[in-house]
Design a protein around this ligand. Structure first.
Ligand code: WT7
Length: 643
């Protein structure tokens, strides 16, 4: 991604600054007493059934316990407490469906629906300590299902609806889920897109502990039915009582497991727990987005299948009492003005989306958003990958009417909530930079030896103090948790991102330093796609790289050597792309698969992906002196340009 310097900064308007939630006092309080700061936030932003007395137990690093002796119910914090405070009539969710259907759900209604769904899950035997897999489109029932699990103290494991049956199967197995909640399908680009068949295929692979599948009817399409196992949501939830007493669970009770790609083949189940996660999620909604729950309309365009949806559609906004928009479909259906018509329709005031989407809208042209009234907007957020200054400035000018602060938020599935972002109202924003750690968060940039770097020196981003929403582990694999995150620098969290402070001390992200790719803000592992390719009968060896792409940030390029006995046919590339699509999911399909005779390897046999990346980025053949055979790159380059 371009990382051009841009010294222009955009101070907040006096009007914005005067009403901002975060002031310098937050930074001062956190600097003076970091744990005291978080204890205050936990007490003021979260309702505890049993107040905590200990803020952080870090006696057994890297296993943290935040607010460890406190008890709470996360769902009651997102629902009942708003109703009890007299805000039951406030809209929690404006749902906008792809076919144009819409419904608005108040906090009182959402609370009732979650209570019924909790009763339904309890009737299927779900209780504290269980895991429930959720494989759903972007509809209100998805949020209801997640909160129903939380209400019972069971952890959900949401699997993005774009993942394949195989990917779903391995996640169900790893998380040991007993129940799957799904839908017949959802709508994509104006057409029904099925989900239930993938659940059937995943469970047909066997060995799963699943004994119930609950199916929401969304598209009404015919689906296969396994008697005894499959149940209609309308039947199991519809008949339930509207009463459900929310039990309090320990602050460290698991809230969810969410799988994410790492540097090795198998996705990791990132484990998050209750009290700390809810505290930081809620705080960040007030701080980063400057939320005013009475007047704002918040819209995060992410899918609930990613952490952004977990924290900034479900837990953060609902705990904060926000009114938000949930949209099922894509930005270009039925036309390219769809998003802006939604902003206009609901008077969206805070919009949170990804650079890929911004760049796509930019390509479509200024005249499309110009047809809509976007004057309700007052803050714009970005997440998922570095935002190039060009896209940042376009977002601010064309969407934000040159008045809205653009807030670039850096965080990860593992961090649970925002870690680095300029606090609006306090910090002049700078195109392309994520700028500062949030109050109460401590980050540094290290060199390879673990020395802390000053301004203008690129290095590795680390988090050197535990934080409330931090992951509590990799599900079922404490060693992998220690190895992946805490061993690069002893006792310090290693994020996997390159970064540098500029001359003002503002942070710029430089992309991943490991074999993790970022395509349209989605994390993909080179190793995972390589192992999918070599699992295909025709493939002997594969190397995968993420190469810079104008729209998606990075795009997946694969280089494969076919088995000797396999003949290269014209449809081979398409066949292999389809194979990766069905093995992992459509998002993992390489943009190009080049069939080559050799891969660049060092004398010890390691593939030098950097050279393939240069090739995919049209940078020519780089320094190949470390290769066992320096002529290999010329051969590959010829094969690539003729394919
Ligand atoms: C990785 C985390 C955080 C929710 C969405 C992705 C990259 C994320 C930014 C940003 C530069 C960013 C990092 C990070 N990333 N936000 N604002 N600027 N890079 O969550 O799938 O866990 O991916 O996304 O490389 O490590 P994720």
């Amino acid at each position: 991604m371009t990382e051009s310097r841009n010294s222009n900064t955009y101070p907040p308007t006096a009007e914005f600054a005067a009403q901002a939630n975060v002031t310098a006092a937050d930074y001062e309080a956190a600097a003076e007493d970091r744990l005291g700061f978080w204890a205050d936030k936990a007490r003021s932003l979260v309702d505890w059934k049993t107040p905590f007395t200990e803020t952080l137990d870090w006696s057994n690093p890297p296993f943290a316990r935040w607010f460890g002796d406190g008890q709470l119910n996360v769902a009651a914090n997102c629902l009942d407490r708003h109703v009890e405070a007299g805000n039951g009539d406030r809209v929690a969710i404006h749902f906008e469906g792809e076919p144009g259907d819409s419904r608005s759900i108040t906090y009182a209604e959402l609370t009732t629906e979650v209570k019924k769904a909790a009763n339904a899950l309890a009737s299927l035997g779900v209780s504290q300590g269980d895991r429930v897999a959720i494989y759903m489109p972007m509809i209100p029932e998805t949020v209801i299902a997640m909160l129903a699990c939380a209400r019972l103290g069971a952890a959900h494991s949401v699997v993005f609806g774009g993942f394949s049956a195989d990917a779903l199967h391995s996640r169900i197995l790893d998380a040991e889920a007993r129940v799957v909640i799904t839908a017949d399908g959802g709508y994509r680009r104006g057409k029904p897109s099925s989900l239930k068949p993938a659940v059937d295929a995943a469970l047909a692979k066997g060995d799963t502990p699943v004994d119930h599948v609950v199916v929401v009817e969304r598209t009404g399409e015919d689906v296969a039915w396994v008697e005894g196992r499959d149940k209609k949501w309308a039947d199991v939830v519809g008949q339930q009582s509207e009463e459900h007493e929310a039990e309090a669970f320990d602050a460290e009770n698991p809230l969810f497991v969410l799988y994410t790609s790492g540097t090795t083949g198998k996705p990791k189940g990132i484990l998050h727990t209750s009290g700390g996660y809810l505290t930081q999620s809620t705080y960040s909604v007030f701080a980063t987005f400057d939320l005013k729950p009475e007047t704002d309309v918040f819209w995060c365009t992410a899918d609930v299948g990613w952490v952004t949806g977990h924290t900034y559609i479900v837990y953060g906004p609902l705990s904060a009492g926000a009114t938000q928009v949930i949209y099922e479909g894509t930005p270009d259906t039925p036309d390219k003005g769809r998003w802006w018509s939604i902003v206009e329709k609901y008077g969206v005031s805070i919009l949170y989306t990804a650079p890929t989407a911004i760049r796509t809208c930019m390509k479509w042209g200024d005249d499309i958003p110009a047809q809509y009234d976007l004057s309700s907007l007052r803050l714009l957020g970005s997440v998922g990958e570095p935002i190039n200054p060009e896209a940042w400035t376009w977002y601010r000018r064309v969407i934000g009417g040159d008045r809205c602060p653009v807030i670039d938020t850096w965080w990860q599935t593992e961090t649970g909530a925002h870690m680095i972002a300029p606090m609006p109202g306090l910090v002049p924003t700078k195109p392309g930079s994520s700028q500062r750690a949030l109050p109460g968060i401590s980050v540094k940039i290290f060199d390879d030896e673990g020395q802390s770097l000053g301004n203008d020196q690129p290095g590795l981003l680390v988090i050197d103090e535990p934080w409330p929403a931090m992951l509590r582990g990799v599900y079922g694999d404490p060693e992998r948790y220690k190895d992946t995150y805490w061993s690069r620098f002893d006792g310090i969290y290693f994020a996997g991102d390159g970064a540098r402070f500029d001359e003002d001390g503002d942070i710029w992200f430089l992309g991943r330093v490991d074999d993790v790719m970022n395509v349209s803000g989605h994390r993909l592992s080179t190793a995972e796609i390589e192992s999918s390719l070599v699992a295909h009968d025709a493939v002997a060896e594969a190397a995968v790289v993420g190469a810079a792409d104008e729209t998606s940030g990075q795009a997946v390029y694969a280089f494969v050597i076919l088995r000797a006995e396999v003949e290269e046919t014209d449809d081979m590339e398409e066949k292999l792309r389809a194979h990766v699509g069905s093995d992992i999911g459509p998002i993992a399909k390489p943009k190009r698969i080049h069939i080559v005779d050799e891969l660049p390897k060092t004398r010890s046999g390691k593939i030098v992906r950097r050279l393939l990346k240069d090739l995919a980025e049209n940078k020519g053949v780089g320094d190949s002196s470390t290769l066992a055979d320096a002529s290999v790159m010329d051969l590959i380059s010829q094969q690539v340009s003729s394919s």
